[in-house]
Ligand binder design. Structure first.
Ligand code: GDP
Length: 451
């Protein structure tokens, strides 16, 4: 990490200005070699200087250079930022000069990685930076900025502190059993203390699942037999929101047919229609992609043709979705009703007619109601913001659950202590107190270049 890195930090393309960022112990001296106007090695920290970038006396661009000295910088190293004229040629030329004079091209996310490794930010804050950069909706921006200002870290650190205090009191008992003034930590005393921590952690996880919906949207699968109207419903949902669809394009990496937003939350729609149009749906359902899609979905929109009686196929589909948040849509409400509604074991049922669009608005309202979207928007909680953080919290919780079971089985308290310590370590992984090289490399490689 001793070398000096450089990258273009702004988007590649034509714009008024581009920023080239240089970080490392030689950042100032390297830029100084190609800058005329002032001796940058002598200027005060956090100052801006006007001058030219030159390549052996030949001017390359007119720039403003910001000099920030360690340690009060993003990476905690010396940082120089060159504001040059936007445009591909000048920007690349300036970068090339910097590289030729001793800097190395930064890897994706390397500035943020240095900020983490140098203790400037923890892992949740680093992830929040990434979330903030990729935030496509106002809701996801709000979650990300909370993470960036240390709310998540705070939450986890407080919980770890509580666990540490519990561990300390158990240790005192084990190491100094003769200590009279230390409260004896029996299993009966440890249990409520663990319970308290469990409750807090469970609450954080629950809130975070909601928070994840704010950041990544509601993964929605539309399922049903061929010809019931799945594609029509998808199109009706999309039709109404075309402007927003383009605005949030690319919200997710899944094979999504389209995105809409409902009350500021993205709905990522996956139409399963194309997957098995010609084959027997039920036969395939156990083996093909649909089952996995349903399993991973936050919401299933199950479409039936209300003009037909429930078939064996329909019943099977209804069964497959029973553990999922599901809205049953009875489509083709303009036609005669042949379906027996009381045979559908779901409470959330919407009647639609895609020809005149009736029922589409109630469908959206139902989605909003099911996910408490209105409350979610106004909630002011901090969340763990991604799957990595949430699954570590879940692992910690299940370790604590194991500890409680062990207590019930009267396992000695020093064995229980091992579980509690494991939970403490798991929570540490969330903020990056303990981490593996591979995790760090993998995580930061998802960043943009120059960040
Ligand atoms: P999918 O195979 O489930 O995706 O179904 P489609 O959306 O392709 O629709 C199948 C057929 O049903 C098409 O001919 C549609 O025009 C028709 N359809 C869709 N929705 C309605 C509706 O609400 N009422 C009526 N009468 N026909 C519909």
């Amino acid at each position: 990490m001793n070398d000096t890195i450089a990258a273009i930090s702004t988007a590649q393309g034509v714009g008024a200005i581009s920023i080239i960022r240089v970080s490392g112990s030689s950042a100032i001296s390297i830029v100084n070699k190609v800058f005329t106007g002032k001796d940058l090695t002598n200027v005060a920290s956090h100052t801006i200087h006007y001058g030219k970038i030159v390549d052996q006396n030949s001017p390359i661009d007119e720039v403003l250079v910001t000099v920030m000295r360690t340690p009060k910088t993003f990476t905690r190293e010396d940082i120089v930022e060159i504001n040059c004229h936007g445009g591909i040629a000048p920007t690349n030329k300036v970068l090339e000069l910097i590289l030729r004079n001793g800097a190395r091209l930064a890897e994706a996310g390397e500035f943020t990685k240095r900020a983490f490794l140098n203790g400037r930010i923890d892992l949740t804050e680093a992830e929040s930076i990434m979330d903030l950069i990729s935030a496509k909706t106002e809701a996801s921006r709000k979650v990300a900025i909370k993470g960036l200002t240390g709310h998540i870290s705070h939450l986890i650190r407080n919980l770890r502190q509580e666990i540490l205090e519990l561990l300390a009191s158990i240790e005192v008992n084990i190491d100094y059993p003769e200590y009279e003034d230390a409260v004896e930590m029996t299993n009966e005393k440890v249990k409520p203390a663990i319970k308290k921590i469990q409750d807090k952690l469970a609450h954080i996880i629950e809130e975070s699942e909601n928070g994840r919906i704010l950041t990544s949207g509601i993964k929605t699968v539309i399922i049903g037999k061929p010809n019931v109207g799945k594609s029509s419903i998808l199109n009706r949902l999309l039709d109404e929101e075309k402007a927003i669809v383009t605005a949030i394009e690319g919200t997710t990496r899944d094979t999504v047919e389209g995105n809409i937003t409902i009350k500021g939350v993205a709905l990522n729609l996956i139409d399963t229609a194309g997957i098995h149009e010609t084959e027997d749906l039920v036969e395939k359902i156990g083996v093909n992609k649909s089952l996995r899609l349903i399993e991973e979905a936050d919401l299933v929109i199950l479409v039936l043709n209300q003009n037909e009686k429930l078939s064996a196929e329909d019943r099977q589909i209804l069964k497959v979705c029973q553990d999922k948040k599901t809205i049953v849509v009875l489509n083709k409400s303009d036609l005669e009703k042949r379906i027996e509604e009381e045979e559908i074991p779901y409470t959330d049922i919407i009647h639609t007619n895609t020809l005149d669009e009736s029922g589409i608005e109630p469908l959206k309202n139902k989605i909003s109601e099911l996910f408490h979207l209105e409350q979610l928007q106004n909630q002011d909680d901090s969340y763990l913001s991604n799957i990595r953080q949430i699954s570590l919290a879940k692992e910690a919780l299940s370790i604590l659950n194991e500890a409680v079971i062990a207590i019930q089985q009267e396992v000695p308290v020093d064995m229980i202590e091992i579980d509690i310590k494991r939970a403490w370590e798991k929570l540490g992984e969330i903020i990056g107190e303990t981490y593996s090289e591979e995790l760090i490399d993998q995580l930061f490689s998802q960043f943009c270049l120059g960040k």
